[in-house]
Every structure is written in structure tokens, then in C-alpha cells.
Design a protein. Structure first.
Length: 315
């Protein structure tokens, strides 16, 4: 790991020395169970992590949001939860309900809504600071449990299957929408879910590409406060890699079923990256490859609109 990034791991260690809740939950990661499916040649891991129940079942309707204090605002955070200043009006906190061995939350200093468009410059700068880490964004209707407070999250790079699969995907399974020395853009129609990926050494080209994506996606979903998207971003060897997952639905029908028919799964960026999070034992035990395919089909953007989005980006 880059020596510069030891500060983030050391910060986690220091927090866990003084914050019992966080320390206990990071120890519980040793008990987290995992299994792997190979579907169409692609790897999907399923993690049984009961501490993630709060996030998976979070109520994000306006009434529920207004009824609770924002847990990302400084005045409402636990006294034990310290922060690091990342610049660009963003802080770094330890996430006390981890999926990753080093799971960090990166909230805006200000209490402003979860919106990607105005935070793109900060995203690229933060990701460059956090080499060896994956930075991700859940849209306000795409898995964010605090849609009222702008934030990213981060975990150690290499945890999600999409990171390793991308290198072969772009050679064999993707459509190249744009190719140049400073910027390449691919579209993936048959990666179980829909995905647009870009690789660039230019912050400005990266920002412009994502803005183009959002502008054109907004035309497809004009009724949304923000087009439905999850994002993963890494920085290594002078280049950013960004994966964008356009979607049409927040939660699949299985989430709302009752009894044995229910699967309490609310897909967000980590799930789209290839690790499904199940907070209940019964869901972990019974989920099948067919369930995973069906959930992705329900929440991912449909074929027709993905074609429209691809053409608009290519043009």
C-alpha cells in the first residue's frame, strides 16, 4: 500500500482504540460469511453481514428523513467519531458498520442533498488522494441511506470483482464508445448489469464525460431529482477508472415480499461491483444465481434506454 495512504488505515486503528462500537463491528468482520457464484463467466460474491441491516432497510422517504437527525452532520455524530479533513469541503470518517476491512465515509462539511453533479471535482481529487482505495457513490434513490447529506464512501481496492474483471471485459465484452490517448469509454450490455466505464488521465475529461452521461441520462429520467446511478472510482498509475451503473429501480420486488418469498436485498454500489450484501441469515442461505440475475434485470436500466444512452455518449 502507498505509504501516503497509511494515514487512513492508521486513522481507523486509532478510532477502534477509542470507539467500542466501531471496534466491535470490525472484529465481527472475522465472522462474516461469504460464498461465490459464477454466472455467465462473471463472479458474484454474497456476504452475510448482519450489521448492515440498518443500511439495507433504511427508510429514505421524506417523512422518515425529516423525522431523524442527520447522522453525518458534525453536531449529531457520536462523540467518539473523529474526522480527517480531505479538503474540497469533505471529511473522512470511519464507517462503524463495515463491509470492507477499511470502510470509510466521506461526507460534505455542509448539509446539502446527495447529488453527484456538483461534487465531481471533489470526487476526482479525493480518489487521487486515496490511491489503493475504491471511492464510491450511491445516488439518493440508489442505496444512499443519507440522501439528505452529500457523501461518498471508500474501501480498500481489490475487494470487488468488477475491479479485476474490467481488464478482460474491456477487451472481450465491451463496446468502445470513444477512444483517444487521454480518454477511453466503454459500454457493457451483458455484464449481468448495465455499465459505462471510462479510463482517463485527465480530471477535466473525466468530469466532462460524467456530466455528459448525467445530462443525457436526465432526458431518459426527467422525473427524477437525479438520474439513478451508482458509481465506483479508483486512481492508479496516473489514471482514473470510473464505472457508472445506470438503473431504473431502487429495490427489486423480492425486497417487498413477505415470509419465505422475501429477500431483503437493496442493491447499491457494492452490490453492482459484484458483492451482494445480505444482512439476514435466511437470505444468505437461500439466494440463488437465478435470484441475482433477476434482481439485476429489475434494477438495471433496460436495453432500449441503454442504447439511447450509449448513442448519446458516443455522439
Amino acid at each position: 500500500m502507498n505509504i501516503k495512504n497509511d494515514r487512513f488505515r492508521n486513522f481507523l486503528i486509532q478510532q477502534n482504540q477509542s470507539w467500542k462500537l466501531s471496534a466491535d463491528n470490525y472484529r465481527e468482520l472475522d465472522l462474516v460469511e461469504e460464498k461465490t457464484f459464477l454466472i455467465g463467466g462473471f463472479q458474484i460474491k454474497v456476504q452475510f453481514n448482519p450489521e448492515r441491516m440498518r443500511s439495507s432497510s433504511a427508510r429514505i422517504d421524506n417523512t422518515s428523513i425529516e423525522a431523524r437527525k442527520c447522522f453525518l452532520c458534525s453536531g449529531n455524530r457520536p462523540a467518539e467519531q473523529n474526522s480527517l479533513d480531505l479538503g474540497n469541503e469533505f471529511l473522512l470518517l470511519v464507517n462503524p458498520f463495515p463491509i470492507f476491512r477499511t470502510h470509510l465515509t466521506l461526507p460534505s462539511v455542509s448539509h446539502i442533498p446527495q447529488r453527484l453533479f456538483p461534487a465531481l471535482e471533489a470526487l476526482f481529487d479525493i480518489t487521487r488522494q486515496m490511491q489503493d482505495y475504491l471511492v464510491f457513490y450511491n445516488g439518493p434513490e440508489c442505496g444512499a441511506s443519507a440522501p439528505d447529506h452529500l457523501h461518498f464512501q471508500s474501501g480498500e481496492s481489490g475487494f470487488l470483482p468488477v475491479e479485476s474483471e474490467f481488464h478482460s471485459l474491456k477487451k472481450t465484452a465491451g463496446s468502445l464508445l470513444h477512444q483517444s490517448e487521454p480518454l477511453n469509454i466503454w459500454a457493457f450490455d451483458h455484464y449481468l448489469r448495465k455499465m459505462i466505464s471510462l479510463e482517463t488521465d485527465s480530471i477535466q475529461l473525466g468530469i466532462n464525460t460524467i456530466k455528459t452521461f448525467l445530462d443525457n441520462f436526465r432526458k431518459i429520467q426527467p422525473e427524477r431529482t437525479e438520474p439513478m446511478v451508482n458509481l465506483l472510482c479508483t486512481y492508479s498509475k496516473g489514471k482514473w477508472v470510473v464505472h457508472l451503473f445506470p438503473r431504473k429501480l431502487h429495490r427489486p420486488t423480492q425486497f417487498f415480499e413477505h415470509g419465505t418469498e422475501q429477500l431483503l436485498i437493496s442493491p447499491a454500489s457494492v452490490d453492482f461491483g459484484g458483492v451482494f450484501i445480505t444482512p439476514r441469515r435466511e437470505d444468505f442461505d437461500k439466494i440463488t444465481a437465478s435470484d441475482i440475475v433477476d434482481i439485476f434485470n429489475q434494477v438495471s436500466l433496460d436495453d432500449e434506454n441503454f442504447e439511447i444512452l450509449k448513442r448519446s455518449i458516443a455522439n
